[in-house]
Design a protein around this ligand. Structure first.
Ligand code: HEC
Ligand code: HEC
Ligand code: HEC
Ligand code: HEC
Ligand code: HEC
Ligand code: HEC
Ligand code: HEC
Ligand code: HEC
Ligand code: HEC
Length: 413
């Protein structure tokens, strides 16, 4: 390296204001970026591996440089001289929260990017934050445990450790660690149960991004287990109609009083599945006396739901048979959709324990289904009529061929 290049380097750094000062002014950030890409930027001369990781991330893209986080003199090309002044080296886990917060909690800096500034404040309220900042216990995660230190990517980047399909693996990094979790008396099965649940299958296999990852229920920076009285609200963020019906019924009142753990009483928190129609009544007797009115209600509800499911299934089969026989079924499919909507509403009202409404809907599904099946049978009969009608046609065709053949032979003779 020539001394000319070094002088130029020092000049550029002087222009951008030196350590920690310069990145904020936008006109200068392009210059800084040039500096940082320049192999004579002191820090990366010696820390080439960090540069490789860093340039892939969002901070590098925005012209932030090594010394904005680590301090030191980026113009120096010798260790002692580089690691001087406000050089902080590697910040510890608590120092990292302060470091990230120095920009991310500053509305003046973040406004231009439309970014929220609440991450540190939220983190402080989380179990993680209480453990790290309150109890100074470094088993807790800090910002870089979930975001990485250098390759920090936006959450919508599929390679980001906080992307919806990756974040549960990031949480599992600690929450599946038996020896770590044993210290806090926490189980390590959340990830495995979640992955096999309706939500895990929805997110990972069906790529349904409306399905929650760990943070969909716990929050990311504010991660906490919901209180008993909060659970219905957590699930209700997405299952709006079920929650509305649930709130209106006696179980909603019991949940608000803290006597019933909301939705997880019947669906579990991590192993979330729909309750099978023929298992409804047995759910009720887990809490209610088998001779109680509540248990009786469960038996009635189960019968109605099982009927509705059977009728819906029969209608679906009838339509599929017609499709196989080559019939137009768009009208029947439309009617099937009406039955399906009613069927889905049953699940809603079942949560309010409104068995009367469940009965109305179940009977409507039954009547639409009978209608569809009657139409289908009619069509099937007509299929046979068609086939019978075809017999004379075949007969005539065959006779024509035979007669033609005789005529041909006679002509040849
Ligand atoms: C001449 C080579 C050289 C230059 C230039 C240099 N470093 Fe270092 N750096 C080292 C060496 C060697 C180590 C490991 C030994 C040590 O910790 O001093 C190190 C360690 C570090 C560490 C880890 C310290 C720890 O606590 O483990 C950080 C962070 C760091 N450097 C940041 C920087 C930054 C920021 C710059 C630019 C302002 C810079 N370095 C410039 C050679 C250099
Ligand atoms: C956004 C802030 C930020 C920027 C910018 C940044 N670092 Fe770091 N760096 C950190 C944090 C935080 C750590 C602590 C390690 C961790 O949490 O994994 C760290 C750790 C390090 C270490 C110690 C690595 C180790 O494994 O012990 C070195 C060396 C280092 N950084 C160099 C650099 C260099 C060189 C650049 C510029 C290319 C840079 N850093 C840019 C935040 C930053
Ligand atoms: C010197 C100021 C500064 C520091 C220190 C800093 N950031 Fe940033 N961060 C930014 C800027 C500027 C952006 C770019 C915002 C944008 O373009 O959306 C950003 C973007 C991000 C993003 C992506 C946000 C998005 O959705 O666009 C994440 C995540 C992030 N930073 C995390 C961290 C973490 C973790 C730390 C601490 C290790 C940290 N930042 C330290 C300034 C900083
Ligand atoms: C337990 C994991 C975890 C920790 C610890 C964590 N984050 Fe995040 N962070 C996430 C997730 C997940 C997202 C994606 C968006 C979301 O779900 O909120 C995110 C998003 C972000 C974003 C993008 C903007 C936004 O709010 O959506 C910024 C900036 C950010 N985090 C900064 C930080 C800072 C600063 C810290 C340290 C106080 C931190 N994060 C600690 C998991 C974490
Ligand atoms: C660096 C390790 C680490 C990572 C990563 C991590 N956690 Fe934790 N988490 C802990 C530790 C340690 C505790 C124990 C705190 C306690 O109970 O005192 C904890 C506690 C919790 C609790 C409270 C449990 C209770 O009943 O006290 C929840 C909820 C939680 N974490 C969710 C998450 C989620 C969601 C993620 C990912 C977004 C995550 N954690 C990522 C280490 C981690
Ligand atoms: C972030 C939104 C969201 C949250 C929060 C949420 N869910 Fe879900 N849930 C979904 C989505 C989306 C599906 C459908 C997934 C798929 O199959 O693709 C689903 C599926 C289900 C199913 C299976 C439905 C079926 O027909 O198979 C049940 C049961 C369920 N959730 C209950 C709950 C409970 C209980 C909670 C709270 C502990 C909860 N959900 C929290 C979005 C959410
Ligand atoms: C559908 C919502 C939902 C999802 C998704 C979810 N949780 Fe939970 N989680 C809960 C609820 C609700 C509780 C509180 C249970 C209680 O108090 O009975 C809880 C409790 C916890 C606890 C406290 C200890 C325990 O097991 O009861 C930890 C730790 C935890 N969750 C971590 C995670 C992790 C890690 C993930 C992702 C792999 C995750 N959770 C996904 C709803 C969810
Ligand atoms: C007392 C037990 C119980 C409680 C408490 C409960 N559910 Fe259900 N849930 C069921 C049963 C039984 C079914 C199956 C009913 C059916 O197939 O019609 C079901 C079905 C579901 C379905 C699938 C049906 C659909 O519409 O896709 C979702 C989603 C659901 N419940 C969410 C919730 C939510 C959210 C809460 C809390 C607000 C909750 N459940 C509370 C028993 C319960
Ligand atoms: C996790 C326990 C639990 C399960 C499971 C459960 N309940 Fe309840 N139920 C309660 C609690 C708690 C109350 C409120 C206190 C009370 O009135 O007994 C309640 C109240 C009721 C009430 C109003 C009061 C009454 O006794 O008439 C009805 C009706 C009822 N439940 C029906 C059902 C039906 C039907 C099922 C099955 C689909 C069911 N419950 C499943 C706990 C449960």
């Amino acid at each position: 390296m020539t001394s000319g290049a070094l002088t130029a380097m020092v000049a550029i750094v002087a222009v951008v204001g030196g350590p920690r000062g310069g990145y904020a002014a936008t006109g200068q950030s392009a210059q800084l970026q040039a500096v940082q890409a320049d192999p004579v930027y002191g820090c990366v001369v010696c820390h080439a591996d960090m540069r490789r990781a860093f340039v892939e991330g969002i901070h590098s893209e925005r012209g932030i440089a090594c010394h904005d986080c680590h301090g030191g003199d980026p113009a120096a090309l010798e260790t002692a001289a580089a690691h001087t002044g406000d050089y902080v080296g590697t910040p510890d886990k608590i120092g990292i929260v302060q470091l990230c917060g120095s920009c991310h909690s500053d509305p003046d800096r973040m406004r231009q990017y439309g970014l929220q500034v609440g991450q540190v404040a939220e983190f402080r309220t989380s179990r993680h934050g209480q453990l790290l900042l309150g109890e100074r216990n470094t088993d807790a995660p800090t910002c870089t445990s979930c975001h990485d230190a250098h390759t920090i990517l936006t959450p919508d980047n599929a390679r980001s450790r906080v992307h919806p399909t990756n974040i549960s693996g990031t949480c599992a990094g600690c929450h599946q660690d038996e020896s770590l979790m044993a210290k806090y008396g926490l189980s390590t099965d959340q990830f495995d149960l979640y992955r096999a649940s309706a939500h895990g299958v929805g997110l990972f296999e069906r790529k349904n991004f409306a399905s929650p990852s760990c943070v969909g229920c716990h929050g990311s920076h504010a991660a906490m287990p919901p209180q008993v009285t909060e659970i219905a609200n957590v699930c209700g963020q997405c299952h709006v109609l079920v929650r509305k019906a649930f709130d209106a019924g006696p179980h909603g009142a019991a949940a608000r009083a803290g006597d019933l753990p909301g939705c997880t009483a019947c669906h579990s928190n991590h192993e979330t599945e729909r309750v099978a129609p023929d298992a409804v009544a047995e759910t009720c007797v887990e809490c209610h006396d088998p001779d109680s009115r509540a248990a009786q209600l469960g038996v009635e509800a189960e019968e109605l739901i099982v009927d509705a499911e059977r009728d819906l299934h029969a209608a679906d089969e009838a339509i599929e048979e017609l499709v196989a026989a080559g019939w137009q079924v768009s009208d029947l499919r439309f009617r099937y959709q009406t039955a399906l909507t009613d069927y889905l509403q049953i699940a809603e009202f079942q949560h309010g324990l409104d068995v009367e409404r469940v009965g109305d809907l179940s009977r409507r599904v039954g009547s639409i289904s009978r209608d569809i099946r009657a139409t289908a049978e009619g069509s099937a009969e007509r299929t046979w009529e068609h086939k019978l009608l075809l017999i004379p046609v075949w007969f005539l065709t065959l006779s024509a061929i035979v007669m033609g053949w005789f005529k041909l032979r006679r002509l040849k003779e």
